[in-house]
Design a protein. Sequence first.
Length: 599
Amino acid sequence: MSISRRLLLKSSAAGGALAAFAGGFSDTGRKLVKGAWAGDKPDHAISGNAPAPEFRVDPATGDLTPTPGQIVANVACLGCTTLCGVRVRVDVEKNKVLRVAGNPYSPLSTDPFLPYGTPIRDSFKSLSRLDEKGLKGRSTACGRGNAALEMLTSPFRVATPMKRVGPRGSSQWEPIAFDRLVEEIAEGGDLFGEGPVPGLRALRDLKTPIDPAAPELGPKVNQVALLSSVNDGREPFVRRFFNQALGTINFVGHGSYCGGAYRSGSGAAFGDAKKMPHAKPDLQNAEFVLFIGTAPSNAGNPFKRQAMLLAKGRTDGVLNYVVVDPVLTNADNRAAAERSNWIPIRPGTDGALVMGMMRWMFENGRIDANYLSQPNGKAAEAAGEAGWCNATHLAIQQAGHPRDGRMLRASDLGWVTLDEKERYGAKDAFVVLDPSGTPVPHDALLGPAALFHEGTVATPAGEVAVKTSLTLLREQAMRLDLAGYADACGIPAVVIAGLAREFTSHGKKAAANTHGGMMAGNGFYNAFGVVTLNTLIGNLNWKGGTIFGGGRFPDEQDGPRYKLASFPGQVKPSGTAISRPVPYEKSSEFKAKKEAGKP
């Protein structure tokens, strides 16, 4: 009998695996040899030491029998920023949380969720085997939600203020009293044996600029920054102190380091750089979704809600989707089958993919001209559109002009006279071309405007060269051919064309989405490009497209009992935030470099 080298290697590997298995499960094996139960006798022969069930429901009659000694609280999970609704089961006698599970009233944990007027007793029945309600649209808590129990029970949780007592990186800490924490933060001192550290009292300088050469940075108090995480309900109070009492502008929330690039790029596309709104795909009605740099149910909250809607869309609906990501995630798996595809991309080159898709869309006439040609809200409504954009607005394209690259406004043509504060503001209309080619204020036209144009318009200062915004976008998209974009992002040209074809084959029932995957040095531009894909097919706030939320409870306002938004002596922070949410061209640094001939 002979044995091949390959078979020998296989046998050796199998033997090694068995040895590793035996070593890893030796303790389990000993317990099995001793008997079904090793050690203390469990509380119950079948369920072992598991907590008693919350309740029992008679499957025949539907009668509910709660378990004495337990209560259930419907609360929010703080395991991540999604803040899903969960049910926390508590042992009354021991004052101990027994389990964290899904809340059937929460749309983030259940689909369909229970109406808020549903009695609690009926909510219990919805979780039971009665008519198999508990399995249909089962209310769930994710792995992190279940692990939230460790926040109360883990022996490693931090339960007291900790202070570094060794060199940075030495992992040497000691617990300190809370009043000492407050004193050292407020007063400072030689806190770490490394020299004096100023406290908040010394840092609260509301007059002295951080840098006289860059006054836009604001006063020195802006050198104080607080890095926050999930808003657990206390954030409004923290903001009151740091922003309105201390006076720093730098309260850094979760969005600044998670989806900051996407939020800023999206905010620019939607014309709101302050609130930075961002839309989500209508997964319940979409036919195709392109996820770029974000894997559904892995990133880009709400995670569970996305997972539920994607699963239903794959099985009950017509949803297909593509995940573009450098990393292969479980977004592409056997459960998704042919409904999902993964396309790897070179990190940070999402903009090249997007621009390649745009080139194909322009070349093949696959843009929503009806939507794009509406210059204002009234015109859009008359055309049956849910919104409008600035695709038809004219931009100055004349080298040497003081406003080269900026939108042409009514005041540039002498149509209105405004003071310098109001000029180029909300009262200064943009300019479009009506169907006859005549320049008109964008808000005066009640129908479509010229979508593509390159020419000149007469102004009091002479002829000025202009182009429509969409003309400029088309020019930029045509700078490279598909092969050039493919070389940049690592995705074959035929795949880029295929994505563009599929993306534009569903009318408005398609969407492009991203989130934290844009966090790169060029993330703003990449995100702006992704959102612009949606603009080109006019899907905003359309069924199956991209949609905004319906708003939220105003938790930071002055109410009849408590004034949460204002108080006597409050400070209005000034200056530029550390996230630099302003154009670089407006900074003193850019101005100085430009004057030195090094912009």
